[in-house]
Design a protein around this ligand. Structure first.
Ligand SMILES: Cc1ncc(COP(=O)(O)O)c(C=O)c1O
Length: 411
């Protein structure tokens, strides 16, 4: 079966008469035979994926399991465990790691929330921050996990999964593959022990469901993750599971369309007089991994403009089609400044050493007409330029910016 078909069909053609899996919102299940129920509750509490009776929705839900099985097939693993959000998935992974030594090697940059969780001490894990090339040296006998993002949020750098997985073995490599999704990257096939996603992003795709998921090549790790999930309660809601499953069916098509627009915008932004730097897979660090590790560059880019953070903020505020908002991977294009928002909690020094400039903007390209996106970006670039951009008569660059140069970024 080719990828497009696999995303639509899923691994288990339904034996049920309904065309779409029915939504099961029940929190509890009838257990008329307590002896039978004991067997089910014990099996689920020990991390089994299913039992003859679901007993209680924190232990099992059919829509959540359907989403997990689809993710397992798409990631090429043996099992997946879904959580209430991407952060719940990462917390679950870290809590499971606690019972396997508790030392984590983390490779920056990571999403600001992940960085904060690792640094905060909330989960009582010991963290060694490392460059990819030093990760093998940072690994100790009690290292339970090596954690990295590729593409990295928000720099869009690519890191070599295969080389790193090999270098840190036997410590398992966990790859946050949120920006790539299974449509563009399969970390488990490259030697990673875990592939994880904030499913809130491209997988859901419409900005209306929070979720997270960890896929793994190790059945024992999946059972441990389920035990952690049952004990701590970070379960995915069945309605969210339904929405994420629906999102999976259109993921390759959405990703291809958004990616084509992102590539076109990068092409037009390149060399623009107001643009200082662009981050996008295939450029800069890890460029050689595009088309080998990752089959396409995806739909998120980062951008630095002349004029520093104030100019960046003025630019984002001047956009009318693009929405200034955190998150990514939605049908609509979103822009945010990581130092102000998603990576705020890290603090400036940590951002500096992770290579996240204060004026960096992150744009997640959606499904609008690319010409409308370009008109919007070009107009805001012109209207917030320190020096007025001389446009030709009727130049779309100045259509909205004309006479509105006040409030431009300083220098
Ligand atoms: C790369 C990455 N991982 C994890 C998360 C956390 O996901 P969630 O917001 O679903 O908890 C995010 C959120 O932005 C992210 O960008």
């Amino acid at each position: 079966m080719r990828p497009g078909t696999r995303f639509v069909a899923g691994p288990n053609p339904s034996a049920e008469p309904s065309h779409v899996k029915p939504l099961d919102l029940s929190t509890t299940y009838r257990t008329p035979d307590f002896t039978e129920a004991v067997k089910s509750i014990e099996a689920l509490a020990q991390g089994e994926a299913e039992a003859s009776n679901p007993v209680y929705a924190r232990l099992y839900n059919a829509n959540v399991r359907d989403f997990e099985e689809r993710m397992t097939a798409l990631e090429g693993g043996v099992d997946s465990v879904a959580f209430a959000s991407g952060m719940a998935a990462i917390s679950g992974l870290l809590m499971a790691a606690r019972s396997r030594g508790g030392h984590i090697v983390a490779i920056p940059p990571l999403y600001g929330g992940t960085h904060h969780l690792l640094e905060s001490g909330i989960l009582d894990v010991e963290v060694t921050w490392s460059r990819p090339e030093d990760a093998a040296t940072a690994v100790r006998p009690d290292t339970a996990l090596v954690l990295l993002e590729t593409p990295a949020n928000p720099t869009l750098r690519l890191r070599d999964i295969q080389t790193l997985a090999h270098a840190v073995h036997p410590a398992p490599l966990a790859v946050d593959s949120t920006f790539a999704t299974p449509a563009l990257q399969q970390p488990l096939g490259l030697g990673a022990g875990f592939s994880l996603h904030s499913a809130t992003k491209f997988i859901g795709g419409h900005g209306d469901a929070l979720g997270g998921v960890v896929s793994t090549t190790d059945a024992g790790s999946a059972a441990l993750l389920r035990q952690v999930r049952i004990a701590t309660g970070g379960v995915l809601h069945p309605l969210a599971a339904h929405l994420l499953t629906r999102g999976l069916k259109t993921l390759p098509i959405r990703m291809a369309a958004a990616q084509a627009s992102a590539q076109e915008l990068v092409r037009r932004l390149e060399g623009h007089r107001e643009v200082v730097d662009i981050g996008y897979p295939g450029r800069g660090e890890g460029a050689h991994l595009l088309h080998t590790q990752m089959s396409g560059p995806g739909a998120v880019l980062s951008l630095r403009l002349k004029g520093g953070p104030a100019r960046a903020d003025a630019f984002a505020g001047a956009l009318e089609v693009v929405t200034p908002a955190v998150s990514l991977g939605s049908v609509d294009t979103l822009i945010q400044r990581p130092a102000a928002l998603t990576h705020r909690t890290m603090g400036e020094a940590a951002r500096g050493s992770a290579g996240i400039p204060e004026d960096l903007l992150r744009i997640s390209v959606g499904l609008e007409d690319v010409e409308d996106l370009w008109d919007d970006l070009a107009t805001a670039l012109a209207s917030t330029a320190a020096e007025p951009v001389q446009g030709r008569g009727g130049d779309p660059l100045l259509r909205r910016g004309q006479g509105n140069l006040a409030g431009a970024g300083q220098g």
